[in-house]
Design a protein around this ligand. Structure first.
Ligand SMILES: [Ca+2]
Length: 72
């Protein structure tokens, strides 16, 4: 069970990092963002779902982490 918990926490931290980097990189002009939605345009083709589902993904991860923290 602990492995799952660590994996979930790692995933959440990684995703948070990806989201923060996307905003940082687009606002600093490091990556192209012509439609100004703080998602690098080169990512939007393949990873749009990761951003459009951001709230749901983080919510589910949070729930799962909270549940596992309570049981492990
Ligand atoms: Ca964009």
């Amino acid at each position: 069970m602990k492995e799952i918990l660590y994996t979930l926490i790692f995933t959440a931290v990684l995703l948070a990092g990806v989201y923060m980097y996307a905003v940082y990189a687009t606002s600093k002009g490091i990556t192209e963002d012509e439609n100004q939605n703080y998602i690098p345009d080169s990512w939007e083709k393949n990873f749009k779902w990761l951003f459009s589902g951001k709230v749901i993904i983080m919510f589910i991860l949070g729930l799962a982490i909270g549940y596992l923290l309570g049981t492990v």
